[in-house]
Structure formats: structure tokens, C-alpha cells
Write a protein that binds this ligand. Structure first.
Ligand code: SAM
Ligand code: DTB
Ligand code: SF4
Length: 321
């Protein structure tokens, strides 16, 4: 597909919000007519003490955030959490680790076992473990991994104000290895870190210009965490989130768009607008990795009021892209 330049993105992103949302909504209804929201559950399998300096992150060892470092969870702990997630109605289980990259050896082998154990529960499996080699990506795939989450976080221009310990191209290269291993990709970033509209457009451009468009695009709102350099950044206007999601839906009509971290700071009305504009996937359960997420019952009520329902196991609407 033709690579889009920033002017192509701008023509869509800068449209009056009402016409932008209206077009995104029609495309969304056409591609995903059943009003389903895919739900994943997230578990931090290895928390805190991370050597990277991502300025948004509660788990970076560079900042004093009160998150304590733990070792890798056991298989039993993970299976219990996955069963609970399944009972709640999640059909994908995502395991996150506070690593810069995953090292070969005992821990990598243990993670492969965790992936197989969760996959055997008839749940889709996603991992986010930092940077990966090609061989590791292939081994995870053979262990039963379906998706790998690795975020580009923001635009290439704004990136080095946010993270200095690894580069934007490191991230793109990891995504390439994930793709070459035939894993599905979940990637995206964080809104509300002080980025400009230009950064938002440039971030969208990076995603929609990937060789194969990601199956899952994750949009996090910054969870402002005490002790991190971004703790006092001004909160984002929810309509800017809606604008970003609507633009992505128009440019990536068949991808799932995940309204991820930060939903506790969004009203029901704002979340409804995000769903109208193309978001069709959320994290379920009251905890993300370290930060809070709405209670299950709150989300059940929200979906019911919006006229939406959760997709069931094996009922994911992800398209072949
Ligand atoms: N350590 C691995 C990595 O960075 O690739 C995996 C876990 S990391 C927590 C996964 C993603 O969570 C980050 O790339 C970032 O986009 C998101 N994230 C981290 N802290 C966040 C925060 N405070 N608010 C919103 N999103 C956040
Ligand atoms: C993603 O894009 N969002 C999730 C998941 N991928 C791993 C992580 C959000 C983390 C929010 C901060 C926390 O809970 O520590
Ligand atoms: Fe570490 Fe990931 Fe947090 Fe960055 S986002 S500090 S790599 S856990």
C-alpha cells in the first residue's frame, strides 16, 4: 500500500471533529457490525526494577514511585489469574514484564512454559517482555503465543524527550522480528505526555505505514504516576483522544483499536465517544500492570448502556489484514 505522508494524515486528523467521527463511525460499523468489544486481561508477571528510563513508567528503577521489585510469578500463580480472567469474560490474556529485553536462559524458558499453559486454557495469549531476538520470537510462537505487544509510544520526533535508554529504531526492529516470526502485532502508544498534534499525526503515520498494518493498535492515556518525570504533565482533553482514535479507524479500518491504560480518568461519555469512533477492545479487571482499571461491574454497565457486548472465546472479530 502507498506510504502516507504527514499531509495525508493531516487532511483527516484536522477535519471538523463531527465529520471526522461520523466517517470513522460509518467505517467502524461496516467492518465491525456486531457491536462487540474484545476484552483482554493483563497480568504483571515480573514487576518493577526496570533498567529503562521511560519517563511515564511506574516500573522504571530510575524513579521513586513506590512500586517494589518482584521476581517472575510461578506457573500456578499465572494459571490462577488466567482462569479468573476467563471467568470474567476475557478471551485474551496478556502477560507483561518490566524488562528492557528478555534474556535467554531459565527465565525465557519459564516464560515459554507460561505461554503454553495459558494457551492450553483456550485463551489467546499476548506477551509484552521488551525487546526480542528473532529466535526468541519464533520460540514464543511455537510455545503458543498469538500476539506480541511492543509500543512505539509516540512520534519519532518526540520520542527522545520520553525515553533515552533505547531508540525508536530499536522498537521498530523488535516489531519487525515479531512480524517475521508470524506473530500478530499489538503496538501503539501513550497520549497525554505533552505531545503536540503534529506528534500525534506522526505517531499515527508510523503505525499505518508499517509493512503490514498491526492487527491490534493500543491507545493508552498517560497514567500520571507520582515520582515519574511526567507526574505533573497537563491532562489531555478527551476529545483529542477521540480525534486520534477516529483518524486511526479511518486509516486502519480492519484493525482492533484498544482503549487501554487510563480509562479510570475518562467519563462514560468520553469512553462512549471512543467506541463510536472506532475503539473496540479494552482491558478488563480492576488492575492493569501496576495501575488501576475500572471494576468489571462498571465495565459491564458501561457496555450495556452503550448497546455493546463482550466478544466470547473464539469470537474475536480480528480480520485478516
Ligand atoms: N517492559 C516492556 C516494554 O516496555 O516493552 C513491557 C511492559 S511496558 C509497561 C508496556 C507499555 O505500557 C509501555 O510501552 C507503555 O506504552 C505502557 N505504559 C507504561 N507505563 C504507562 C503509564 N504510566 N501510562 C500509560 N501507559 C503506560
Ligand atoms: C499497553 O499498550 N498497555 C498495557 C499493555 N500494553 C501492556 C500496559 C499499560 C500499563 C499502564 C501502567 C501500569 O499499570 O503500570
Ligand atoms: Fe521498563 Fe517497559 Fe516501564 Fe520502560 S515501559 S521502564 S521498558 S517496564
Amino acid at each position: 500500500m502507498k506510504k502516507l505522508n504527514i499531509e495525508d494524515i493531516e487532511k483527516i486528523f484536522k477535519r471538523p471533529l463531527i465529520s471526522l467521527v461520523s466517517e470513522a463511525c460509518s467505517i467502524h460499523q461496516k467492518e465491525f457490525p456486531h457491536g462487540k468489544i474484545q476484552a483482554s486481561s493483563l497480568l504483571s508477571i515480573k514487576t518493577g526494577g526496570c533498567p529503562e528510563n521511560c519517563t511515564y513508567c511506574p516500573q522504571s528503577a530510575h524513579y521513586n514511585t513506590g512500586v517494589s521489585k518482584s521476581s517472575l510469578l510461578t506457573k500456578d500463580e499465572v494459571i490462577q489469574a488466567a482462569l479468573k480472567a476467563k471467568e470474567m469474560g476475557a478471551n485474551r490474556f496478556c502477560m507483561g514484564a518490566a524488562w528492557r529485553e528478555i534474556r535467554d536462559g531459565v527465565e525465557f524458558d519459564q516464560v515459554c512454559e507460561l505461554v503454553s499453559a495459558v494457551s492450553n486454557l483456550n485463551l489467546e495469549v499476548c506477551c509484552t517482555l521488551g525487546m526480542l531476538t528473532g529466535t526468541q520470537a519464533r520460540k514464543l510462537k511455537s510455545a503458543g503465543l498469538d500476539f506480541y505487544n511492543h509500543n512505539i509510544d509516540t512520534s519519532p520526533e518526540f520520542y527522545d524527550k520520553i525515553v533515552q535508554t533505547r531508540t525508536y529504531s530499536d522498537r521498530l526492529e523488535t516489531l519487525l522480528r515479531v512480524r517475521q516470526a508470524n506473530l500478530k502485532i499489538c503496538t501503539g502508544g501513550i497520549l497525554g505526555m505533552g505531545e503536540s498534534d503534529h506528534d500525534r499525526m506522526s505517531f499515527i503515520q508510523q503505525i499505518v505505514n508499517m509493512e503490514t498494518i498491526p492487527e491490534s493498535i493500543t491507545i493508552n492515556m498517560l497514567v500520571r504516576t507520582k515520582g515519574t518525570p511526567l507526574e505533573n504533565v497537563a491532562p489531555i482533553d478527551p476529545l483529542d483522544i477521540v480525534r486520534t482514535i477516529a483518524t486511526i479507524r479511518i486509516l486502519a479500518p480492519r484493525s482492533m483499536i484498544r482503549l487501554s491504560a487510563g480509562r479510570t480518568s475518562l467519563s462514560s461519555e468520553a469512553q462512549f465517544l471512543c467506541f463510536i469512533s472506532g475503539a473496540n477492545s479494552i482491558f478488563l479487571g480492576d488492575k492493569l500492570l501496576t495501575s488501576p482499571n475500572p471494576d468489571f461491574s462498571e465495565d459491564q454497565q458501561l457496555l450495556e448502556k452503550c448497546g455493546l457486548s463482550f466478544s466470547q472465546v473464539n469470537e474475536n472479530e480480528s480480520h485478516d489484514l
